[in-house]
Design a protein around this ligand. Structure first.
Ligand code: KMH
Ligand code: ZN
Length: 275
């Protein structure tokens, strides 16, 4: 059995620092989190950043500084979010790539997102995809719904393979408005993926554990972190992202699928060598 790629998504754009004090929102907190999560078994970090008031931001200067600081402190693959917050403009989301990450998220369609709508219309997807190809950034295709799998097929058919030549997807399950986070939906989504694609899965909120077990048993990889899960167990708030990575690494080891080190993950994902 192959190793398990573990991605940590430590911050997200939705939670409020005042309500979730353990959320890493400053650069120092993020770098410390990145170090701890690497030590616990993560190979990729999916990053959203915050401003001085801990509000989500796509400020390019801050993003560049973040990419450099995380690279300096760890060997983690730096994946910037191009999803941002539901309020971010398409232009700001496209500009994220100019911060020079190794990888980025690329969501394959619009989805209801709680009471909001996460907008990813086809022309935006295409423009973002073409820019990743030009800038040699490896996209991770975020799939919130089965229709997004169909849109991914369309994107690959019309616009070719991603930079690095390998298609890697992340099933984001259990978002209110997206596909449910359960085993039968995971199996259906995996069956529909393009030939040769690899995938990880994350279950939002209380779907975190069912999705993690289902992903491991189906040969997939894992994404965990406080972007998706704030509760470790009933009545137990998550105290640090590394706690979630440690749990994922433990379950992966039990499944006889050791966490994949960052160097191996670079080859696996087709990420270019460190500048
Ligand atoms: N914050 C969500 C609206 C991504 O990072 O690409 C979108 C999101 C997906 O988190
Ligand atoms: Zn995200």
């Amino acid at each position: 059995m192959a190793a398990t790629l573990i991605t940590v998504a430590p911050t997200g754009a939705e939670s409020d620092k005042a309500e979730v004090p353990a959320l890493p929102v400053t650069l120092d907190e993020l770098v410390r989190t990145a170090r701890e999560c690497e030590a616990a078994g993560a190979a990729v970090i999916h990053i959203h950043i915050r401003d001085d008031e801990a509000r989500p931001t796509l400020d390019l200067g801050r993003l560049r500084e973040t990419v450099l600081a995380v690279r300096e402190a760890t060997d983690l693959i730096v994946q910037l979010s191009t999803g941002g917050a539901v309020t971010d403009s398409y232009d700001d989301r496209l500009r994220v790539l100019e911060a020079g990450p190794d990888a980025c998220s690329l969501t394959c369609g619009t989805v209801n997102f709680g009471a909001d709508v996460f907008m990813n219309p086809w022309p935006f997807m295409v423009e973002l995809y073409e820019r990743t190809q030009e800038l040699q950034i490896v996209p991770e295709f975020e799939l919130f719904d089965l229709g997004h799998v169909a849109a991914l097929h369309r994107l690959l058919t019309k616009h070719g393979l991603p930079y690095g030549g390998h298609v890697h997807c992340d099933l984001v399950m259990g978002v209110p408005g997206g596909m449910p986070g359960d085993a039968r939906t995971l199996v259906a989504a995996v069956a529909a993926l393009p030939e040769g694609a690899t995938w990880s899965a994350t279950g939002v909120g209380r779907t975190s554990l069912p999705v993690m077990y289902a992903a491991l048993s189906a040969g997939g990889h894992l994404r965990v972190g406080m972007e998706d899960t704030l509760t470790y167990g009933k009545g137990r708030p998550v105290t640090a992202n590394a706690q979630l990575v440690e749990r994922a690494a433990t379950l992966a080891r039990i499944a006889q699928r050791e966490p994949m080190p960052p160097k191996e993950a670079r080859t696996f994902l087709g990420v270019k060598p460190r500048p």
